[in-house]
Design a protein around this ligand. Structure first.
Ligand code: GDP
Ligand code: MG
Length: 293
């Protein structure tokens, strides 16, 4: 008699096919679904999750999703996180790429969408990827390579050597440069592009980032800290404050294909500045707490 079988873990049992049993005599091929990964791992060949936040990006998704799926080595999963779009972005995503995972965010704002995507991710590496066609999927392997080479956080930069932008206005470029200077002075970093949405990091950092709970109720007015466009800043501040290894990856931002930006230059710029100050206070508080223990 052999050894008794170990109990089969719940995640190893294939759930019933969502379309039900196949008609007589037909075999239904299993749908592609993420491999079960009980915990993220650091390895030379990490499983890559791409998080794509969308707010009315149906037409862009039809172009962007197949382009991400064509990247080699292939990504492990793509999660579209929708912000209550009125153009059926989720339907477009599913029609374009049947194995995409599409979820709806729990509150408002790009930051909340990203936090929802991070919480749903099953890969070892998480890539933040805008849906508007401005990010080039062919750069994903460079982000992953920076992480495999030892970085904790791979930060896309349009202003590092080899980077560029077809999409940024002079006003936003100037604002970004000013905000960059403030961030570097406060956090001792050498960031060249604070407000850029194309970044990647090891999924095991997530607990350290302490992002707003995706299940927390939405406030009656305004948004929770970190739920808006300031998400990139929050991440950049927290990885710096935690002393993590940051590598900048040159990135070329292209023009959005269809539609218009959801960003409001002045309102969101002010919010980024407030975030830098708030995050600096938070980092100082943490440092003092640690020193007292
Ligand atoms: N889910 C979700 N996605 C958002 C929200 N706001 C912006 N996005 C997405 O975030 C990405 C970047 O937004 P975009 O408007 O292009 O800003 P810009 O790239 O800074 O000009 C796009 O894919 C948007 O569809 C939001 O509130 N919720
Ligand atoms: Mg954009």
């Amino acid at each position: 008699m052999g050894q008794p079988h170990a109990p089969v873990p719940a995640h190893a049992v294939a759930p019933p096919h969502p379309m039900g049993p196949p008609p007589n005599g037909m075999v239904r091929r299993p749908m592609r679904r993420p491999r079960p990964r009980p915990y993220p791992r650091r390895s030379a060949f990490p499983a890559v999750t791409v998080i794509v936040p969308t707010r009315n990006e149906a037409r862009n998704l039809e172009i962007v999703l197949p382009a991400i799926a064509a990247v080699r080595p292939a990504v492990h999963e793509i999660i579209v996180v929708d912000g209550h779009s009125t153009d059926d972005s989720i339907g477009a995503a599913r029609r374009t790429l049947p194995w995409v995972r599409a979820i709806t965010q729990t509150r408002k704002g790009k930051g909340n969408a990203m936090a929802c995507g991070f919480a749903a991710a099953t890969g070892d590496v998480i890539v933040m990827f805008d849906a508007d066609g401005s990010a080039d999927p062919a750069e994903i392997p460079a982000f992953v390579a920076a992480l495999v080479a030892g970085a904790d956080f791979a930060k896309g930069s349009r202003f590092a050597k080899g980077g560029g932008s077809d999409d940024i206005t002079l006003l936003r470029k100037t604002g970004n440069a000013g905000l960059n200077g403030v961030a570097n002075a406060l956090f001792g970093t050498s960031y060249t592009d604070l407000c850029y949405g194309y970044n990647a990091f090891w999924a095991d950092l997530l607990p350290l980032l302490e992002l707003p709970d995706v299940n927390a109720p939405a406030p009656e007015e305004g948004m929770l800290w970190g739920d808006g466009f300031e998400i990139e800043t929050v991440l950049n501040c927290r990885v710096a404050a935690a002393g993590l290894r940051i590598t900048e990856v040159p990135s070329v931002e292209r023009q959005r294909i269809f539609g218009e930006t959801n960003l409001r230059t002045f309102a969101d710029g002010t919010r980024v500045l407030r975030t830098l100050l708030a995050e600096h206070r938070r980092a100082e508080r943490r440092k003092n707490d640690r020193a007292q223990r």
